[in-house]
Design a protein around this ligand. Structure first.
Ligand code: AR6
Length: 174
Protein backbone atom coordinates (compact mmCIF):
# COMPACT_ATOMS: atom_id res chain seq x y z
CA UNK A 1 0.00 0.00 0.00
CA UNK A 2 1.24 3.47 -0.89
CA UNK A 3 2.11 4.96 2.50
CA UNK A 4 1.19 8.49 1.43
CA UNK A 5 -2.34 7.39 0.68
CA UNK A 6 -2.72 5.47 3.92
CA UNK A 7 -1.40 8.49 5.84
CA UNK A 8 -4.30 10.53 4.54
CA UNK A 9 -6.86 8.48 6.47
CA UNK A 10 -7.40 8.93 10.18
CA UNK A 11 -9.54 6.79 12.47
CA UNK A 12 -11.06 8.42 15.52
CA UNK A 13 -13.71 7.78 18.15
CA UNK A 14 -16.29 10.48 18.78
CA UNK A 15 -19.33 12.43 17.69
CA UNK A 16 -19.16 13.37 14.00
CA UNK A 17 -21.30 16.48 14.57
CA UNK A 18 -18.40 18.09 16.45
CA UNK A 19 -15.88 17.93 13.63
CA UNK A 20 -14.62 21.07 11.96
CA UNK A 21 -14.05 19.73 8.45
CA UNK A 22 -15.10 20.70 4.93
CA UNK A 23 -17.83 18.03 4.96
CA UNK A 24 -19.28 15.41 7.24
CA UNK A 25 -21.14 12.50 5.66
CA UNK A 26 -24.62 11.64 6.88
CA UNK A 27 -25.95 8.05 6.89
CA UNK A 28 -29.41 9.08 5.69
CA UNK A 29 -32.45 7.31 4.22
CA UNK A 30 -34.00 7.63 0.75
CA UNK A 31 -36.28 10.49 1.76
CA UNK A 32 -33.45 12.68 3.15
CA UNK A 33 -35.83 14.13 5.72
CA UNK A 34 -33.99 13.10 8.89
CA UNK A 35 -34.32 10.07 11.12
CA UNK A 36 -32.58 8.45 14.09
CA UNK A 37 -28.91 7.58 14.72
CA UNK A 38 -26.27 9.78 13.17
CA UNK A 39 -28.89 11.33 10.83
CA UNK A 40 -30.91 12.58 13.82
CA UNK A 41 -27.78 13.89 15.55
CA UNK A 42 -26.69 15.80 12.42
CA UNK A 43 -30.12 17.40 11.89
CA UNK A 44 -30.35 18.38 15.57
CA UNK A 45 -26.92 19.99 15.53
CA UNK A 46 -27.35 21.69 12.12
CA UNK A 47 -30.76 23.19 12.90
CA UNK A 48 -34.00 23.41 10.88
CA UNK A 49 -32.35 25.11 7.89
CA UNK A 50 -30.78 21.75 7.02
CA UNK A 51 -34.16 20.04 6.78
CA UNK A 52 -35.45 22.90 4.64
CA UNK A 53 -32.60 22.44 2.14
CA UNK A 54 -33.03 18.64 2.20
CA UNK A 55 -36.72 19.02 1.25
CA UNK A 56 -35.60 20.71 -1.97
CA UNK A 57 -33.50 17.68 -2.95
CA UNK A 58 -36.42 15.29 -3.45
CA UNK A 59 -34.71 12.24 -1.93
CA UNK A 60 -31.71 10.14 -2.94
CA UNK A 61 -31.37 6.57 -4.31
CA UNK A 62 -29.46 3.99 -2.27
CA UNK A 63 -25.73 4.10 -2.99
CA UNK A 64 -25.81 7.73 -4.17
CA UNK A 65 -25.13 11.03 -2.39
CA UNK A 66 -26.32 14.65 -2.25
CA UNK A 67 -24.67 17.73 -0.74
CA UNK A 68 -26.02 20.59 1.38
CA UNK A 69 -24.59 23.33 3.51
CA UNK A 70 -23.69 22.59 7.15
CA UNK A 71 -25.65 25.46 8.74
CA UNK A 72 -25.02 25.44 12.53
CA UNK A 73 -22.52 22.57 12.36
CA UNK A 74 -18.80 23.27 12.60
CA UNK A 75 -18.57 21.39 9.26
CA UNK A 76 -19.09 23.56 6.15
CA UNK A 77 -21.13 20.96 4.26
CA UNK A 78 -23.11 17.78 4.82
CA UNK A 79 -22.93 15.03 2.23
CA UNK A 80 -26.03 12.86 2.60
CA UNK A 81 -25.68 9.30 1.39
CA UNK A 82 -28.02 6.33 1.65
CA UNK A 83 -26.53 3.01 2.63
CA UNK A 84 -28.16 -0.36 1.89
CA UNK A 85 -30.28 -2.17 4.45
CA UNK A 86 -28.10 -5.25 4.99
CA UNK A 87 -29.59 -8.43 3.56
CA UNK A 88 -26.43 -10.45 2.90
CA UNK A 89 -26.63 -10.02 -0.90
CA UNK A 90 -23.58 -9.20 -3.12
CA UNK A 91 -25.59 -6.13 -4.09
CA UNK A 92 -25.19 -4.77 -0.54
CA UNK A 93 -21.41 -4.45 -0.88
CA UNK A 94 -21.73 -2.75 -4.27
CA UNK A 95 -24.23 -0.24 -2.91
CA UNK A 96 -22.16 0.47 0.20
CA UNK A 97 -19.03 1.06 -1.91
CA UNK A 98 -21.19 3.38 -4.03
CA UNK A 99 -21.93 5.49 -0.94
CA UNK A 100 -18.21 6.12 -0.41
CA UNK A 101 -17.42 6.74 -4.09
CA UNK A 102 -20.42 9.05 -4.61
CA UNK A 103 -19.66 11.03 -1.45
CA UNK A 104 -15.99 11.40 -2.34
CA UNK A 105 -16.84 12.37 -5.94
CA UNK A 106 -19.07 15.19 -4.68
CA UNK A 107 -16.29 16.32 -2.34
CA UNK A 108 -13.74 16.30 -5.17
CA UNK A 109 -16.09 18.23 -7.50
CA UNK A 110 -16.53 20.91 -4.85
CA UNK A 111 -12.81 20.94 -4.01
CA UNK A 112 -13.41 19.89 -0.43
CA UNK A 113 -10.20 18.69 1.18
CA UNK A 114 -11.25 17.21 4.55
CA UNK A 115 -14.17 14.77 4.85
CA UNK A 116 -15.47 12.74 7.79
CA UNK A 117 -17.45 9.50 7.43
CA UNK A 118 -19.50 7.61 10.02
CA UNK A 119 -19.90 3.83 9.70
CA UNK A 120 -22.61 4.00 7.01
CA UNK A 121 -25.27 1.24 7.29
CA UNK A 122 -23.71 -0.17 10.49
CA UNK A 123 -26.50 0.94 12.87
CA UNK A 124 -30.20 0.56 12.13
CA UNK A 125 -29.41 -0.82 8.65
CA UNK A 126 -27.56 -3.80 10.18
CA UNK A 127 -24.39 -4.06 8.06
CA UNK A 128 -21.74 -6.13 9.94
CA UNK A 129 -19.09 -3.61 10.98
CA UNK A 130 -16.04 -5.70 10.05
CA UNK A 131 -17.32 -6.18 6.48
CA UNK A 132 -18.40 -2.56 6.13
CA UNK A 133 -15.04 -1.35 7.45
CA UNK A 134 -13.14 -3.11 4.65
CA UNK A 135 -15.44 -1.63 2.02
CA UNK A 136 -15.14 1.84 3.56
CA UNK A 137 -11.34 1.81 3.76
CA UNK A 138 -10.60 -0.03 0.48
CA UNK A 139 -12.97 2.17 -1.54
CA UNK A 140 -11.63 5.35 0.05
CA UNK A 141 -7.98 4.41 -0.49
CA UNK A 142 -8.63 3.64 -4.16
CA UNK A 143 -10.31 7.03 -4.57
CA UNK A 144 -7.57 8.93 -2.73
CA UNK A 145 -4.95 7.36 -4.99
CA UNK A 146 -6.58 9.14 -7.93
CA UNK A 147 -7.44 12.38 -6.12
CA UNK A 148 -4.37 13.99 -4.53
CA UNK A 149 -6.43 17.15 -3.89
CA UNK A 150 -8.34 15.41 -1.09
CA UNK A 151 -6.10 15.91 1.92
CA UNK A 152 -7.64 13.97 4.77
CA UNK A 153 -10.42 11.48 5.44
CA UNK A 154 -11.62 10.88 8.99
CA UNK A 155 -13.50 7.71 9.88
CA UNK A 156 -15.45 8.62 12.99
CA UNK A 157 -16.63 5.71 15.09
CA UNK A 158 -19.07 6.09 17.91
CA UNK A 159 -17.78 3.23 20.09
CA UNK A 160 -14.27 2.26 21.07
CA UNK A 161 -14.74 -1.31 19.84
CA UNK A 162 -15.78 -0.04 16.40
CA UNK A 163 -12.73 2.24 16.36
CA UNK A 164 -10.53 -0.75 17.19
CA UNK A 165 -11.98 -2.76 14.29
CA UNK A 166 -11.18 0.05 11.84
CA UNK A 167 -7.70 0.64 13.32
CA UNK A 168 -6.85 -3.06 13.13
CA UNK A 169 -7.82 -3.22 9.45
CA UNK A 170 -5.84 -0.08 8.63
CA UNK A 171 -2.84 -1.57 10.46
CA UNK A 172 -3.06 -4.70 8.27
CA UNK A 173 -2.66 -2.53 5.18
CA UNK A 174 0.37 -0.62 6.45
N1 AR6 B 1 -21.23 10.34 15.39
C1 AR6 B 1 -20.63 9.27 14.80
N2 AR6 B 1 -21.25 8.08 14.63
C2 AR6 B 1 -22.51 7.96 15.08
C3 AR6 B 1 -23.22 9.02 15.71
C4 AR6 B 1 -22.51 10.25 15.85
N3 AR6 B 1 -23.09 11.33 16.42
N4 AR6 B 1 -24.46 8.56 16.04
C5 AR6 B 1 -24.54 7.28 15.64
N5 AR6 B 1 -23.36 6.90 15.07
P1 AR6 B 1 -27.13 4.71 11.92
P2 AR6 B 1 -27.53 3.42 9.27
C6 AR6 B 1 -22.98 5.61 14.46
O1 AR6 B 1 -28.19 3.84 12.50
O2 AR6 B 1 -27.25 2.09 9.83
C7 AR6 B 1 -31.40 6.69 10.43
O3 AR6 B 1 -32.64 6.68 11.08
C8 AR6 B 1 -23.71 4.37 14.90
O4 AR6 B 1 -23.15 3.86 16.11
O5 AR6 B 1 -27.13 6.16 12.25
O6 AR6 B 1 -26.89 3.83 7.97
C9 AR6 B 1 -31.50 7.16 8.99
O7 AR6 B 1 -32.50 8.15 8.82
C10 AR6 B 1 -23.45 3.43 13.72
O8 AR6 B 1 -22.17 2.78 13.85
O9 AR6 B 1 -27.18 4.65 10.27
C11 AR6 B 1 -31.81 5.91 8.26
O10 AR6 B 1 -33.19 5.62 8.28
C12 AR6 B 1 -23.36 4.38 12.53
O11 AR6 B 1 -23.26 5.70 13.08
C13 AR6 B 1 -31.07 4.85 9.02
O12 AR6 B 1 -30.92 5.36 10.35
C14 AR6 B 1 -24.53 4.33 11.57
O13 AR6 B 1 -25.73 4.06 12.29
C15 AR6 B 1 -29.68 4.62 8.47
O14 AR6 B 1 -29.09 3.54 9.14
Amino acid sequence: MDKNVLDRIEIIQGDITRLEVDAIVNAANNRLLGGGGVDGAIHRAAGPELLAECRELGGCPTGEARITKGYRLPARHVIHTVGPVYQGRPEDARLLAGCYTSSLSLAAERQLATIAFPAISCGVYGYPLADACKIAIDTTLAFLGEHPEIQRIFFVLFSDSDRQTYSAYRQRLA
